[in-house]
Design a protein around this ligand. Sequence first.
Ligand code: HPA
Ligand code: MG
Length: 224
Amino acid sequence: MQESNMAGWQRKQTSVEKGIVIPDEWPGYPLELFSLPEHYSEDLDCVYIPHGVIMDRIERIARNILEDLGDHDIVVLCVLKAGYQFCADLVDSIKVLCRSSSKTLPMRVDFIRLKSYLNDQSTEVLHIEGAENLSVLSGKAIVDTGKTMKTLLNHVEAFKPKMIKVAGLLVKRVPSGTGYLPDYVGFDISNRFVVGYALDYNEYFRDLNHICVISDRGKLKYKI
Ligand code: HPA
Ligand code: MG
């Protein structure tokens, strides 16, 4: 990808770049410890990442981004649909930080739509719609094989932005991974199908604040 050695965007690669690593053996929190929509009560196995933890992690990512940005104007490219919540909260966090420091940072927000999943399987077909006048910080909810991200970056490069940085809320440890890592990672997670916080299973579960693991029953119920 467009390397991190462009002016003003240098950042040391450390273990912090992997984000919060959630080990394979993490069982998640029991559902009954949290408040969840009643209509999904049978469709989830556990709360994998509570909403508050997501928000706290985003706050820190926002700070890292601001530190790296220097004086660059920023265009946030939100990767729809699953990335809408992450991008909205990230932009909010950046705004709050700017307000509480003396920083003023013009930010534009643009959107791109990707769809590569049917049920819980990746499909080869990738649809990209609507990307113009874009520059820089791409926010995606989940990166697994990294293939989608590579395709997206090729697409974005064609618009010749000054620089590109990618923030991924979740990076999934999948055997078929390309090794691609976003510049900013929220959580490094095991290879389980998660939903909530705008991540869907056939368009359901976006209306769930926490990131949860879907149950077999949930998969069956919303299968198409
Ligand atoms: N959940 C929802 N969408 C996804 C996932 C997932 O675990 N992996 C890739 N797209
Ligand atoms: Mg999806």
